[in-house]
Design a binder for this molecule. Sequence first.
Ligand code: GLN
Length: 278
Amino acid sequence: MKKQVLALFMAAVMTGSLTGCGSSTAGPTAGADTTAAETKADAETKAEADTKTEEAAGGVLVMATNAEFPPYEYHDGGSIVGIDVEVAEAIAAKLGMTLEIDDIAFDSIIPELESGKADIGVAGMTVSEDRLKNVDFTDTYTTASQVIIVKEDSDIAGPDDLAGKYIGVQLGTTGDIYASDYEEEGSTIERYNKGFEAVQAMLQGKIDAVVIDVEPAKVFVAQNEGIKILDEPLTVEEYAIAIKKGNTELLDKVNKALGELKESGELQAIIDKYISAE
Ligand code: GLN
């Protein structure tokens, strides 16, 4: 119970100092640094006050994420919430640690893990061979896909029709990587810092399609009139938690916690809370 209260306290502290971060597309690292330092200091002060609590013994687990990715991580009022946040909170609780969220640009997550600024990257992150060169991944925790969003009256009916079109993606995501294959076929890729910015650009007629993960796609389509998701996905993928390469101690601990969450049904319950079955 205490852990939850402290986690909520942390969330409140953090989101208070994070507002500038999420909205800015340029240079998020400087802001993120300050936030991490401040929130760590806050956590330590709180931990000192709470002497001999489990949190103080376990320390802080820093989660790097990009909270522009509903329903996995997004801003809700003053808080960052979502599937990944709850999964990470449950893992931190099992490790006797306090979770701290570092909300940064998606393509800064792996560098933050490499530099040791963050411990875990939890961001609807797809396991890919390329990323495995730079980070380790835990066991996977969910399956996802890349889908195509178009305007309802679009002449794009499937992946083949993307040739020669203007395609919007979120910078550095697997959507970006797969859409970039179409450059050979005369397509132009427009890269945005947030998936939602790509959707807005399509609504404004600047681009023809958006390639993005299926669950955020569903949220963006539900929030906006006149757009739809094509039936045929571009890829099927697996999400996992990224950890600094070679940190097998943390990797093993997180895998153990994740395994327990799968076993107990807690993981599925968290997913079901945010994603209703069709
Ligand atoms: N699953 C995609 C990737 O890993 C997108 C993740 C995201 O935008 N948060 O690249």
